[in-house]
Write a protein that binds this ligand. Structure first.
Ligand SMILES: Cc1ncc(COP(=O)(O)O)c(C=O)c1O
Length: 351
């Protein structure tokens, strides 16, 4: 999330500050990490397999290939399409930059499409962006809000879902990419994954992410690949998080419900962040920061940033408008009802 706000050094000395997100690490993560360390296998080991199997099952897929980040998961999933120079991939204009940078890194050209009021790609505009060079559409479940996959699938293009912010959301069987960065619903510290129901795609992803080594011949490489493999210690953390997913997500849903009793916070399909829109955002942000409450602004539209100015785009101004008012409030499973009351009181004061 962009627009990080420094908390006032001394807000109110007796009140704890409320971070915008806070990883929930229990004895279980520590136990598995210690076990992984004790195994002596620090690069890859049994937790890689446990993580991949349990995340695939939990997400409703047959296969999961774990990676170093959500960004590399996206890049590998796009490269698995066999991209040729000039190929285009459609993505929303409003998203974290990795959705677009992964397209470029994979050798294709991003085509930006504006979003609906919920922040997700507009299927009607996406239809207008399709050309003979289009290879795929990457819908993003922005801030945990589910993109309209049914309408997008009807456009007849391959869908690769950017579900970095939406663990547990139904992707209707389409290949999906996840992030396990520290602020995500489930975290590994840094990590990512691609989930798919296709064995050939899973095999190709594993090959691409493992330096394109021939599975039957060590040090023999049959393509130009990457080392995008998730480290064993990260997989150990992630496996514990998947085991705790029910309680982590349940608590996050409680926090969103408490917010919604007071504020027009959106109820996302995946409870990743608590998001509202405010007109005088800088004033609200400064007031909250003064009270020790951290926030984040919504992302900047990608097509407005210098590396992407020359990309093709189908726009109607919605991404730019939403980006100016969107505000992310603190959300983590460690938050209490009192914390939520403090945030809501502070917002009501300033508004
Ligand atoms: C929508 C979206 N896509 C991709 C990513 C990239 O994930 P990572 O930070 O793990 O590389 C993020 C990340 O935070 C994201 O929010």
């Amino acid at each position: 999330m962009s627009g990080s706000v420094q908390l006032a050094a001394v807000h109110e000395p007796n009140r704890k500050s409320i971070p915008v997100s806070d990883a929930d690490i229990s004895y279980l993560e520590r136990r598995y990490v210690n076990d992984a360390l004790a195994s002596g296998r620090v690069s890859s080991g049994k937790y890689n397999r446990l993580f991949e199997r349990s995340f695939a099952d939990w997400s409703g897929y047959s296969h999961c290939v774990a990676t170093t980040s959500g960004t590399t998961a996206l890049q590998a999933a796009i490269e698995a399409l066999d991209i040729w120079p000039g190929d285009e991939i459609i993505c929303p204009a409003l998203t974290f930059v990795s959705t677009a940078s992964a397209i470029v890194q994979a050798g294709a050209r991003p085509v930006f499409v504006d979003v609906l009021e919920d922040g997700c790609i507009d299927p009607a505009l996406a239809g207008r962006a399709i050309t003979s060079r289009t290879r795929a559409i990457i819908p993003v479940h922005l801030f945990g809000v589910r993109a309209d996959l049914r309408a997008l699938a009807a456009l007849g293009q391959e869908l690769i879902i950017d579900a970095a912010e939406a663990h547990g959301v139904d992707n209707a069987g389409h290949t999906a990419c996840y992030s396990f960065y520290g602020n995500k619903i489930l975290t590994c510290g840094e990590g990512g994954a691609v989930c798919t129901d296709s064995k050939p795609i899973a095999d190709k992803l594993r090959w691409l992410c493992g330096t394109c080594q021939d599975p039957d011949r060590r040090y023999w490489h049959t393509g130009i690949g990457h080392n995008f493999r998730m480290p064993h210690l990260s997989a150990a953390i992630g496996y514990a998080q998947i085991k705790r997913a029910g309680s982590l997500i349940g608590r996050r849903r409680d926090v969103i419900r408490w917010y919604r009793e007071r504020l027009p916070v959106v109820e996302p399909a995946a409870p990743w962040v608590a998001s509202i829109h405010v007109d005088d955002r800088d004033r609200v942000v400064a007031h909250l920061a003064q009270q020790g409450i951290e926030t984040r602004n919504w992302f900047y539209p990608i097509h407005t940033m210098s590396p992407y100015l020359s990309c093709d785009a189908v726009l109607n101004g919605t991404a730019e408008r939403l980006s100016k008012t969107g505000l992310i409030l603190p959300l983590s499973s460690s938050m209490t009802r009192d914390d939520v009351t403090r945030v809501c009181d502070a917002i009501e004061e300033i508004l």
